[in-house]
Design a protein around this ligand. Structure first.
Ligand code: SF4
Length: 480
């Protein structure tokens, strides 16, 4: 565990190197008008543009008001926020309305974990989750719009959570000087110890995923400071997790792209990976008056112009890779045809299909989560008819031991195998949260169509090479 040196000379403020400063001096910093509406009060008081009136019906608003200041207060769980661009999409799309409109159903059952994934266990420093060779950092605690199912709801709603030392405080965001010190110290110890950290056995920290919230709500100069600080600390690959292509594609304008180009000329050794988040093709495809997607004369389907322009510009740059990853959520994308169209169109436009996720056990998850077997069937059905390159996405559910793939669900009994009378589910550990000795190991369980989490299979484990169902799972109510 990282311990801050009491005599640390750590600076409060980021002090760029000369090389970084030369890059930062070239960054332009425009202001953006996303036409954001924050909070239900705006809808209740009709303090919204005329075109948005009626987005919530009077009955819907009243039902939400009735829950205020009760334990089922919907906005206390997740504040309401939407951009004008996303409203334009949502007004003609039921799935997108479900994604962005608050509903009383979210708090009917508040079962769930306040710190999904026991993330704090892997947080040696405020705003950093360190797993594998990857560090995830929270750089901001909001997004341009808020997804109702968000599993970072505790960060975005600024809820207080219990920490390992027993104190209670809200999650904070990472600070550049502290994070840089952590990276340098970790990597120094790894190098001195022959490639593994002497206490945690982890390898070099070489990738950082900038997350939040959505880093793209930060101005270009803040993003640029993070990029240069991470590059100077020896990070080889920077991932930026964002849903801004759905919420406000104009954010990927020439000033942002110029900043990326300048960064690449200054630090050509650092790879940039944009981890984007489309849940449904309605977020990027145009529809005709009958609600159907439109065939393009250039092949494929017609995109929303601003989104297409942004993706095209990003895809032109060979130092950026674009990967889509998204959870499967009830009422939003439980639709194999939509998921098939999405995978095909994204790949056609140079966006890789990376992961689909089973929902996490956040507070209120029962309003959102599909069962594990529904999710597997959804992905499997959606990939029928896709080519191998289009169908590259895997279904992931992250156990506290590490990222795990739901590899297969069989419909047939396996003759002679006790517990497999109704078929089996096969999980494979993709990587361990600490080091990697168990990578590739599998666990096989008898089917349970109701299960939304590993705990739903505890009573039907057939084979547990990966150790997903050991005693230790029981003491961990929620896993990441
Ligand atoms: S974009 Fe991501 S972090 Fe932001 S509200 Fe949606 S799911 Fe949460």
């Amino acid at each position: 565990m990282f311990k801050k040196d009491p005599k640390s000379t750590i600076k409060k403020k980021y002090e760029p190197t000369k090389k970084a400063q030369e890059f930062l001096d070239k960054v332009e910093n425009p202001k953006y008008d996303r036409g954001m509406i924050r909070g239900l009060n705006k809808f209740i008081g009709n303090k919204i543009p005329e075109e948005m009136q009626g987005f919530y019906s009077e009955e819907e608003l009243q039902a939400l008001v009735d829950l205020r200041d009760t334990p089922n207060d919907v906005e206390a769980r997740m504040p309401v926020k939407i951009t004008n661009h996303y409203f334009q999409i949502a007004k003609n799309s039921k799935p997108i309305q479900t994604l962005v409109k608050a509903s009383p159903a979210e708090t009917y059952d508040l079962d769930g974990a306040p710190d999904p994934g026991n993330q704090m266990t892997y947080s040696p420093l405020e705003g950093l989750i360190h797993k594998y060779e990857l560090g995830l950092i929270y750089v901001v605690d909001t997004c341009s719009a808020h997804c109702r199912f968000c599993y970072r709801e505790e960060l975005i709603a600024r809820k207080e959570i219990k920490r390992e030392d027993g104190t209670v405080a809200s999650k904070g965001t990472a600070k550049i000087p502290e994070l840089v010190e952590y990276i340098l110290e970790h990597n120094k110890l790894v190098e001195e110890n022959g490639g593994k950290h002497p206490e945690t056995n982890r390898e070099k920290l070489r990738e950082i995923l900038m997350s939040g919230g959505d880093p793209m709500v930060l101005p270009n100069n803040k993003l640029a400071e993070w990029f240069s600080a991470l590059a100077d600390a020896g990070i080889e690959s920077i991932r930026l997790g964002t849903k801004e292509l759905a919420f406000y594609p104009d954010r990927f304008d020439s000033t942002f792209l110029n900043m990326m180009d300048e960064f690449n000329s200054t630090y050509p050794e650092v790879q940039l990976r944009l981890m984007i988040h489309f849940n449904h093709p309605d977020e990027f495809l145009q529809k005709d008056t009958n609600g159907n997607y439109i065939d393009s004369t250039e092949g494929g389907l017609v995109w929303i112009e601003r989104t297409k322009k942004a993706v095209k510009e990003l895809a032109k740059r060979n130092f950026i890779t674009i990967e889509n990853q998204a959870p499967f959520i009830k009422g939003i994308n439980h639709d194999p045809d939509a998921i098939r169209i999405m995978q095909r169109e994204l790949k056609r436009n140079q966006v890789n299909n990376h992961y689909f996720f089973c929902g996490r056990d956040i507070v209120g998850h029962k309003a959102f989560n599909l069962t594990i077997e529904e999710s597997w069937n959804l992905l499997n059905d959606s990939q029928k008819g896709l080519s191998g390159v289009e169908a590259s996405a895997r279904l992931s559910i992250t156990h506290y031991l590490g990222k795990t793939e739901v590899v297969a669900v069989t419909n047939e009994a396996i003759p002679g195998l006790p517990g497999a009378e109704n078929g089996v589910v096969i999980f494979k550990l993709l990587r361990g949260a600490g080091d990697a000795p168990n990578k590739g190991k599998v666990s096989i369980v008898g089917r349970n169509p109701e299960a939304i989490w590993f705990s739903g299979y505890e009573d039907r484990v057939i084979f547990d090479e990966a150790g997903l169902f050991t005693e230790s799972m029981k003491s961990t109510s929620s896993v990441s």
